[in-house]
Write a protein that binds this ligand. Structure first.
Ligand code: SAH
Length: 339
């Protein structure tokens, strides 16, 4: 067990059971969430307690296995080596609205999307809550830049690691910890319908992003195997229920793939399907992944698609490409490292 995966009330209970006074937990919690690398740094704790905690609950911070900084825009990509030797990636992006870190939620992924570098090699294991928190903490420490926003859009499917992700959100949101507001967090899913319903019940103020990438089952089935379990109409219905339960507008991601999902007919079909659902579309020119036959749409095709959606009443923005000189899109660095 890692103490950094515990909430403050849980840590309080655990330390009280070990005979520690009530105020200890908050001291330990604060230190852990500042990103100390050992208990020796917890200078306001008695030496005996520091030694005992070090032996019982080693902190196991991740190591920087590789780091790449974009010369174009300062985007920084980290490959972290976890305590069991597995690696995951995070990306720090410097936006006007604040520094944003994109974190991984699993080592690998079992969703099998045809265009995604993270899913080659399948799912190795799910990340623990502290391993997600550490990506935010140590990105902030290493870069020296305060992180104000988090996106769960790195390696892995967050809703396939539901309980650990919910706990991570609670930790990173806690006032005694990093205190990052839910409104500054986005969670992206490929469309696990029952989990979207479960998330809706929690009524969190975060932004839900749904990776749609297709206007119908015929296209979606060919690029996203998850669609066979949860077809597009069921997914959109879940999105409608989510909106009803939370009043939060959903953001849809749409990777533009040449000749696959970027036609005029596709835009029109999408508009029909989305009718009445408040939505924002993020159009992402596909990042080409080695060995994949899928190619990005032309700039003209992206612009035409955007115009058609806007004319149909859906706001659509084309996502700015950051860090294109450093393999900044998800899974690419880990994949190279594994090779
Ligand atoms: N599993 C989650 C989150 C991780 S991926 C999900 O599917 O949403 C984050 C986003 O990047 C998703 O929208 C995903 O479909 C997209 N993505 C993956 N590979 C991509 C590529 N090569 N080009 C563009 N977008 C990609």
């Amino acid at each position: 067990m890692n103490l950094k995966s515990l909430t403050l009330p849980e840590l309080t209970t655990l330390l009280k059971e070990q005979g520690e006074p009530g105020f200890r937990a908050k001291q330990v919690y604060t230190w852990l969430h500042k990103g100390v690398r050992s208990y020796a740094e917890m200078t306001n704790l008695p030496q005996s307690l520091r030694d005992r905690l070090e032996a019982q609950y080693p902190i196991c911070p991740p190591q920087v296995a590789r780091k790449q900084v974009s010369k174009l825009d300062g985007t920084t990509k980290y490959l972290w080596e976890l305590s069991d030797g597995n690696c995951v990636e995070s990306v720090l992006m410097r936006y006007h609205h604040g520094n944003t870190v994109c974190i991984s939620t699993e080592v690998g992924c079992r969703m099998g999307c045809a265009f995604c570098a993270s899913t080659h090699g399948g799912l190795i294991r799910r990340l623990e809550p502290f391993e997600m928190l550490d990506q935010v903490l140590f990105t902030q420490i290493d870069s020296g830049l305060p992180v104000s926003n988090i996106v769960l859009m790195g390696i892995g499917e967050p809703l396939d690691n539901f309980d650990n992700v919910m706990r991570f959100l609670e930790l990173v949101n806690s006032p005694e910890g990093m205190n990052i507001s839910m409104r500054h967090i986005s969670l992206s899913t490929c469309g696990l319908v029952p989990k979207i319903d479960l998330l809706a019940q929690k009524k969190l103020q975060l932004t839900l992003s749904v990776s749609l990438h297709a206007p119908n089952d015929a296209v979606r089935n060919t690029i996203m195997p998850v669609n066979k379990a949860y077809p597009i109409e069921e997914l959109i219905s879940a999105c409608r229920r989510y909106y009803e339960a939370t009043s939060r507008r959903i953001s849809f991601e749409y990777a533009m793939i040449n000749g696959v999902n970027d036609t005029e007919e596709a835009a029109k079909e999408l508009l029909r399907r989305m009718k009445g659902l408040p939505a924002h579309f993020n159009l992402i020119p596909l990042n080409h992944v080695e060995e994949s036959p899928l190619k990005p749409s032309t700039r003209q095709a992206v612009a035409r698609f955007q115009k058609l959606l806007e004319e149909g009443g859906i706001t659509a923005t084309v996502r700015r490409t950051l860090g294109s000189d450093i393999d900044a899109s998800c899974g690419q660095l880990r994949r190279k490292h594994m090779k």
